[in-house]
Design a protein around this ligand. Structure first.
Ligand code: PIT
Length: 337
C-alpha cells in the first residue's frame, strides 16, 4: 500500500546528471557513446522514446526519435531543443544530448521511469487522497512557475505530459516542449493548436495568449484528478471547444461530494474565462489549498471515474496508433508500386 509520507511528501532525493547546455549535433547518434535498447519507454505525438545508456558512465537515459520530413519539422525540433537546453529545473525533463542525421532527430533525455501520473494513481495499491492531489498539483505549478519565470509558455499541459520519476515516490516532471513558445509580452502571440479538452478560451477564440493560458490547463488537470471527470468534454472536439468558450462547467457530480470547498475554489480560480482573472503560478502556489495540508480524505469515487477516464484515453491512443501505422503501411505500399 502506497500512501503519502507526511515528512517526505515527494520522496527520493534529486538524482539525475549535472545540468548541461545542449547543442544539436550533425550526424547520427553515436553508437560508440550510447547503447540504445529496443525497450520502448513511451510513444506519443512527439515520437518514440527508447531506453538508452551512456557506455562510459553507465548512466541510464531516454532517447526520443523524431522523423523530420520537411523544413517545418526541423524548425520545430530546433526550436524545442533551443528552448529545452536552457531549462534547468527539477520539475522539468532535462536534455542530455541531441543529434540530427538529416532524416531523424534524436534527443537524449533524462530517464523518467514512473510512467504517466494518471496511470500511476489509478493503480490498486495507490491511495489517492486530496492531500496527494495537492502534492502533484503543487509540483506542476512549480514546474510551470519556472517556465514562466524564463518567459516560456508550455502550451500543451495535459495529464500525459506529467510523468512520475519512479513508481514509489511522488515526484513528477513535465515533458513535451514540442508546442512551447518563448513569450514576448510586447508582442501578440496567437496559436491554433493544443488538445481540445485542455485548451483555454483564448486559444479557441484565436485571441492573444499568455502565461494564463497554461494556468487554465492546470485547472483542467486538477479538476480531472479530483473527480475523474473532464470539465468541458463534449461528444466532439467542436462541442468541447464550445463548452470551453462558454466556460460551461460545474461541480455538481457526486464525485465532488468528498472534495473540499478549498479545492473547488482553487479550480474555480483557474477556470476563469478571462485570463487576467486566473491565478498566476505564484497565486496558485500561495493558495490555501496548496499551502495548508489538512485535506486527507480518500477520493473513492474519483478512482472509479479516473480509471474509466484513463482506460478510455488508452483506447483512443491505441486507435490513433493503428490509424498512424496503417497510414505508414499505405505509404510503404505506394512506395513499392
Ligand atoms: C522518458 C520516459 C518516457 C517518456 C519521455 C521521457 C518523453 C519525454 C519527452 C520529452 C520532450 C518531448 C516529448 C517527450 O517533447 O516514458 O524518460 O521534450
Amino acid at each position: 500500500m502506497i500512501v503519502v509520507d507526511e515528512n517526505d511528501p515527494i520522496g527520493e532525493i534529486e538524482a539525475s546528471f549535472p545540468y548541461r547546455d545542449v547543442q544539436l549535433k550533425k550526424g547520427s547518434i553515436s553508437r560508440d557513446i550510447y547503447d540504445i535498447s529496443s525497450e520502448e519507454l513511451g510513444r506519443g505525438t512527439y515520437g518514440t522514446v527508447y531506453l538508452c545508456k551512456e557506455k562510459t558512465t553507465g548512466l541510464q537515459l531516454a532517447a526520443k526519435y523524431v522523423k523530420v520530413t520537411c523544413k517545418e519539422d526541423r524548425r520545430n525540433m530546433e526550436r524545442e531543443i533551443e528552448i529545452m537546453s536552457g531549462l534547468h529545473h527539477p520539475r522539468i525533463i532535462q536534455l542530455y544530448d541531441a543529434y540530427d542525421d538529416g532524416s531523424t532527430i534524436v534527443c537524449v533525455l533524462e530517464l523518467i521511469q514512473g510512467g504517466e501520473l494518471f496511470e500511476r494513481v489509478i493503480e490498486e495499491d495507490y491511495v489517492l487522497t486530496e492531500k496527494a492531489c495537492t502534492i502533484f498539483i503543487r509540483q506542476i505549478c512549480e514546474g510551470v512557475d519556472f517556465l514562466h519565470s524564463r518567459d516560456i509558455l508550455h502550451l500543451d499541459l495535459k495529464p500525459e505530459n506529467v510523468l512520475c520519476l519512479s513508481r514509489e515516490g511522488n515526484r513528477i516532471k513535465l515533458i513535451d516542449f514540442g508546442m512551447a513558445r518563448r513569450y514576448d509580452p510586447t508582442k501578440q502571440l496567437q496559436i491554433l493548436f493544443g488538445t481540445a479538452e485542455f485548451v483555454a478560451p483564448e486559444i479557441v477564440n484565436f485571441d492573444a495568449i499568455s502565461y494564463c493560458t497554461d494556468m487554465w490547463a492546470v485547472g483542467v488537470i486538477c479538476y480531472v484528478l479530483l473527480s475523474g471527470l473532464s470539465p468541458f468534454m463534449g461528444d466532439t472536439d467542436i462541442d468541447t471547444m464550445t463548452n470551453v468558450t462558454l466556460c460551461k462547467y460545474n461541480f455538481d457530480d457526486d464525485a465532488f461530494n468528498q472534495v473540499s470547498e478549498c479545492a473547488k475554489d482553487f479550480v474555480q480560480q483557474l477556470l476563469q474565462k478571462e485570463g487576467t482573472k486566473r491565478l498566476t503560478t505564484q497565486g496558485a502556489l500561495n493558495h490555501p489549498w496548496l499551502i495548508d495540508s489538512a485535506f486527507n480524505t480518500e477520493l473513492h469515487v474519483t478512482k472509479t471515474k479516473l480509471k474509466r477516464y484513463v482506460i478510455k484515453k488508452r483506447w483512443i491512443k491505441a486507435v490513433n496508433t493503428i490509424i498512424a501505422l496503417r497510414r505508414m503501411g499505405a505509404k510503404i505500399d505506394l512506395d513499392l508500386v
